[in-house]
Design a protein around this ligand. Structure first.
Ligand SMILES: C[S@@+](CC[C@H](N)C(=O)[O-])C[C@H]1O[C@@H](n2cnc3c(N)ncnc32)[C@H](O)[C@@H]1O
Length: 303
């Protein structure tokens, strides 16, 4: 049977292990944050980088390793699990690629990004085309240190820069649920459309006063969709149980909303079952973004 390899986000090894088991993949071995698995799936949420076409490469020397990797692809990110010095010496012989801070909406890299790990002194696991265009699925923004009122804005920056099939248009109405203090609202109003920001707590005044922002200080769960002008995009960063959010999303979907971007937040236990229900019952995809913590992002966006 074919093998695949998944790299968990920092300190989320147990979430990845639980998801792999939940999705009926057999974990053969773990080294550091990397899991070698029997079988493969392209929908592993808690993998920041998935290596589906993983190759097992026997090597005889550092030069031999570099030559074999170069024959497979150009860009190689190393995840070092052991034999660190030997791995570094191999990496030094591979072509360099620049790692820069990324501006918001910077075009996504078009070249495939490979990943490799020195599993044993003379054994490499490598994939010339990993699931992320960024090295090991890691990316950092050239941040705006002045304007956003919270760091939550980075989740939407990442979503629109790396994952969304399109951006909101200026003629669209965007609903931002759980908006306080206003990081997401600040990002959303930059697209030019009207934003309705909903939270029981007040937004930061300078965000609430932005020209195309309307604030509703109430619970998102008590709102009647019929009371609002047609909503084109539904965003949620509400702290609540994922199962409750699922019901809320269904209510707005029935009312004709086509585009959704929602954070599913977990308490002590990660709820893999409800995470899967979002995709099974509503379509779209779930990802763990680099800027997500103990939470994942479900989205469904029409092109
Ligand atoms: C993580 S914060 C949102 C941060 C925000 N997205 C930003 O970028 O600044 C979660 C928010 O959910 C709000 N929240 C919790 N329960 C809510 C409810 N029933 N209705 C509306 N907002 C709620 C909280 O008041 C809190 O402000």
């Amino acid at each position: 049977m074919e093998k695949s390899l998944y790299l968990s986000p920092f300190e989320h090894e147990s979430d990845l292990a639980a998801e792999l088991t939940f999705k009926k993949l057999t974990i053969l071995e773990q080294q550091g944050r990397v899991f070698l698995v029997e079988g493969m799936r392209n929908d592993i949420v808690w993998a920041q980088s998935s290596w589906l076409d993983v190759q097992e490469i026997a090597i005889t020397s550092i030069g031999d390793a570099a030559k074999k990797l170069k024959a497979l692809g150009r860009n190689w990110a190393l995840y070092s699990t052991g034999h660190h010095r030997r791995a570094e010496l191999i990496q030094e012989q591979l072509p360099h690629y620049p790692v820069k801070l990324i501006p918001f909406l910077h075009p996504r890299p078009s070249a495939p990004m490979g990943g490799w790990t020195l599993w044993d002194t003379d054994l490499i696991y490598a994939s010339a085309k990993t699931s992320s265009q960024y090295p090991l699925g890691e990316m950092s923004f050239l941040e705006d240190q002045v304007n956003p009122p919270s760091r939550a804005y980075l989740k939407l920056w990442e979503f629109f820069t790396c994952h969304s099939p399109r951006l909101p248009r200026a003629d669209e109405h965007l609903l931002d649920m759980g908006a306080c203090p206003g990081g997401w609202t600040w990002v959303l109003q930059s697209f030019g459309g009207n934003v309705t920001a909903v939270d029981k707590a007040p937004l930061e005044p300078r965000i609430a006063q932005l020209p195309n922002v309307t604030v509703r200080e109430e619970s998102a769960f008590g709102m009647n969709p019929a009371d609002l002008q047609k909503v084109d995009w539904f965003f949620s960063d509400i702290i609540c149980y994922p199962a409750r959010l699922l019901e809320l999303v269904k209510k707005w979907e029935k009312h004709g909303v086509r585009n959704f971007v929602c954070t599913l937040k977990f308490q002590a236990e990660t709820d893999h079952e409800t995470t899967e229900r979002f995709v099974k019952e509503l379509g779209g995809r779930v990802i763990h973004q680099h800027h997500n913590k103990h939470e994942v992002t479900w989205f469904r966006v029409e092109d």
